[in-house]
Design a protein around this ligand. Structure first.
Ligand SMILES: Cc1ncc(COP(=O)(O)O)c(C=O)c1O
Length: 457
């Protein structure tokens, strides 16, 4: 095959889109007078009520089988990105909110959202370790930040609209992270919640890849997978008797972008009922209603009828699984002999005492893979030239991939230094967009480029 290969793109391939299931949902809605009346008006602030109900049931099955998540914990959003903006508008004031802590390598498109909200220069990286987060580094940095804090009270966001402002935001993708592919251990999830409670921080997690999972080994049956890791919001819901106060110290950003289609612009937020209610009352929602309404009604039809589960089980997951194995075989054959390394960290259940309301049946579970991405470290002789290599790959080999420097926390000198010494020497590859055959060809092009570079050196 010839032509452009884009292993950077974290988009699901259009061949996977569930158009017929959405059409059925759309037709159910638009051919019913009550349903179309409910979906074509301005939405309620917290979003299309039937979707909140069906989400509560679905999320209970996935994350809380021993309890029941109530719809008042959930509001419908127009995706994780738009909702991050709403969180910052409602729960932060730059200055009083001292810093945004981002686990690095970081999802680079989150940086401009924080900058737009006034946090330029206040974003700081926290290194990821083999269990997903260097918690000692974060503690020291939070202590330092508190020592240097100038502003002890909000000055702009005062009054009853802002009943709660957090002093810190900690942003991460705990499961099948973008970009590293790592999953944070249960132990780190607990430590993070305890730190957040101690320092008045809100942990914002993009839990957008959680359900896309399969055995790491090709010969293992999917029925052997353990439970989906609890989200940080689940840990906060249950750890040491539950949230510290009515607001809690964590929220989950869910999204249908990665599991139905990004153009739907439908996601959800989950937190304590007080948090969710306040979030759903941001000014633009009070004026325009929930920022996604008609799409939300189509998604509800898919979820409620079981079509989403079926689609994930029979279409998306098997497709990604096949592509993943194809990619890993090609990496093993073409790239590891050249000195590349792959690290996905320790399994999330490596060393936890965590049992709060969750079975810890994961203790014996098999290693898992999932999400959209894997992260490779370049051979040591080339590791200082990641950015240059990405440029050459695009120009001469028609191959695109995301590279380490993109994933540093913008404006943080420490993050730039750590990028130079570590994660900056990596590249991120996605299996979401291309077929297995194209992915394999992409890896072959990458191997050829490395060999050509060495020949020229
Ligand atoms: C970690 C992470 N968060 C958020 C998004 C975007 O989500 P949404 O489409 O729901 O705004 C992405 C998409 O790549 C992502 O990887």
């Amino acid at each position: 095959m010839t032509g452009h290969i884009n292993l950077q793109l974290g988009w699901p391939s259009p061949s996977l889109f569930p158009s017929s299931q959405l059409l059925k949902g759309a037709s159910n809605v638009l051919s019913s007078k009550p349903k179309s009346a409910a979906s074509l008006v301005y939405g309620p602030d917290a979003g299309y009520a039937p979707l909140r109900e069906s989400l509560a049931k679905w999320l209970t099955q996935i994350y809380a089988p021993h309890t029941s998540l109530k719809p008042d914990r959930i509001c419908v959003t127009n995706g994780a990105s738009g909702n991050l903006d709403n969180i910052l508008a409602r729960f932060t004031e730059p200055g009083y909110t001292r810093n945004i802590w981002m686990i690095e390598p970081s999802y680079f498109l989150a940086c401009p959202i924080f900058m737009d909200a006034g946090f330029e220069g206040l974003m700081k990286g926290v290194p990821e370790d083999e269990e997903g987060l260097d918690v000692g580094f974060l503690r020291n940095s939070l202590e330092e930040s508190e020592k240097n804090a100038q502003q002890q009270k909000p000055v702009l966001k005062t009054g009853s609209r802002y009943a709660k402002l957090y002093k810190h935001i900690i942003y991460c993708v705990p499961t099948f992270s973008n970009p590293s592919g790592k999953t944070m251990s249960l132990r780190r999830r607990e430590e993070l919640v305890r730190l957040a409670r101690e320092f008045d921080a809100l942990v914002v997690t993009d839990d957008v890849y959680d359900v896309l999972r399969w055995p790491e080994r090709e010969d293992v049956d999917a029925s052997q997978l353990g439970d989906v890791p609890p989200r940080i919001v689940d840990v906060d819901r249950t750890l040491d008797g539950g949230p510290k106060d009515i607001w809690g110290n964590s929220m989950s950003n869910g999204s249908f972008s990665k599991i139905i289609a990004p153009g739907m612009r439908v996601g959800w937020a989950e937190g304590t009922p007080a948090f969710t209610l306040a979030l759903s009352q941001v000014g633009s929602t009070r004026s325009g209603g929930c920022p996604t309404q008609l799409s939300a009604s189509f998604v509800h039809e898919m979820l409620d009828s079981g079509a989403l589960e079926e689609y994930l089980r029979d279409s998306v997951i098997p497709t990604f699984r096949v592509r993943y194995y194809g990619m890993m075989r090609a990496i093993k054959k073409e790239l590891l002999p050249l000195g590349f390394e792959v690290s996905v960290g320790k399994p999330y259940n490596a060393s936890s005492q965590y049992t709060n309301g969750h079975t810890n049946g994961n203790a014996k579970s098999i290693p898992e893979a999932g999400g959209y991405f894997t992260y490779l470290t370049l051979p040591s002789d080339l590791s200082e030239r990641t950015t240059k290599l990405a440029t050459v790959a695009l120009k001469k080999y028609d191959l695109k991939f995301a590279f380490g420097d993109m994933f540093r926390v913008q404006g943080d000198e420490g993050s730039s230094q750590r990028a130079a010494q570590g994660f900056g020497r990596g590249i991120r590859l996605s299996w979401a967009w291309h077929t297995e055959e194209e992915i394999v060809e992409g890896i072959q092009r990458l191997a050829k480029m490395i060999k050509d570079c060495r020949d020229l050196a």
